[in-house]
Design a protein around this ligand. Structure first.
Ligand code: SF4
Ligand code: SF4
Length: 285
């Protein structure tokens, strides 16, 4: 079972939910926690884990064989990202713009393009008993998160329960992270900004055909518009985490909620059981 934990907006508490859910479930069996927030992976802070395995993530970028090239310009024409240009008797490649799609090498009529790998980040892993953490880390200055997210998800073990910490927002990295999940937990806060970004996230998961439920974090901080929206849209609210100074303090110290306040262990267990219940209900239909 793969559960992704997403939020339309950063800072809503999605990592809090993902880490505590994963830690809770790891008491019962094998769990993988995938940190797909590759621009700023922070799950490891809460697990106090040293990443003990690291492998580079490469994307294939074109290399031109000038001896074969006729400077016909087809490669520049086909590149949707302006990563290759043909000027007079020179082919220029801009590696930072290249998405490694392979179209130019595939379509070059002279077979003058080969591919070489360019490192854009790493995938790191750590084991903590039943819990395996896999995180992607995009190199600072690089722009392409999806290839790293694909590598992270390539480590999914189908015999484990998998929790995915999704990057904030609703763009390509989010879609790459969420797609293929059995269920998506959307974490939001009950404020106008929270509702605006949350409703965009709901649209994304619905387009992907993934069932979802809601966790309202910092309950009590704003108004009831998120709850009303959930009622109108038929989205179940599975958990409310109150606005609580002690919870915020634990988070700021990098202490998981279920460690600092063990009574939350049962709450996260119930969250998982409710999620399973929703999925079972859908299968029964
Ligand atoms: S498509 Fe091939 S032959 Fe044509 S300019 Fe590009 S590299 Fe050269
Ligand atoms: S691999 Fe794709 S993105 Fe990169 S230069 Fe070729 S066509 Fe453009």
């Amino acid at each position: 079972m793969v559960i992704s934990v997403a939020s339309g907006k950063g800072g809503t508490g999605k990592t809090l939910v993902a880490t505590n859910l994963a830690l809770t479930l790891s008491d019962k069996g094998k769990v993988q926690l995938l940190d797909c927030d590759v621009e700023e992976p922070n799950v490891h802070i809460f697990l106090h884990s040293d990443m003990n395995q690291s492998q580079p993530v490469l994307i294939p970028i074109p290399e031109i064989d000038e001896a074969k090239c006729t400077y016909c310009g087809k490669c520049a024409e086909i590149c949707a990202y302006n990563a290759i240009a043909v000027v007079k008797n020179k082919v220029l490649v801009f590696p930072e713009l290249c998405h490694g799609c392979g179209a130019c090498s595939y379509l070059c009529p002279e077979s003058a393009i080969s591919e070489k790998g360019r490192e854009i980040g790493v995938v790191e892993r750590a084991s903590l008993g039943n819990l395996e953490l896999v995180q992607g880390r995009l190199t600072v200055g690089e722009a392409m998160a999806p290839p790293i997210i694909r590598e992270v998800k390539g480590h999914i073990d189908p015999t484990s329960t998998v929790i995915i910490d999704v990057p904030p927002g609703t763009s390509c990295p989010v879609i790459e992270s969420v797609k293929g999940s059995d269920f998506c937990l959307l974490v939001t806060e009950p404020t106008p900004f929270g509702l605006s970004d949350f409703s965009l996230a709901v649209e994304v998961v619905r387009k992907l055909g993934i069932p979802c439920g809601v966790v309202i974090n910092r309950d009590g901080v704003g108004d009831d518009k998120v709850e009303k929206y959930c009622q109108e849209q038929g989205i179940p609210i599975l958990l409310k985490i109150p606005l609580d100074r002690n919870i915020a303090m634990l988070y700021s110290k990098g202490i998981p909620l279920i460690e600092g306040m063990p009574r939350w262990h049962d709450t996260f267990l119930r969250l998982f059981e409710d999620t399973k219940g929703i999925l079972a209900g859908q299968v029964a239909k």
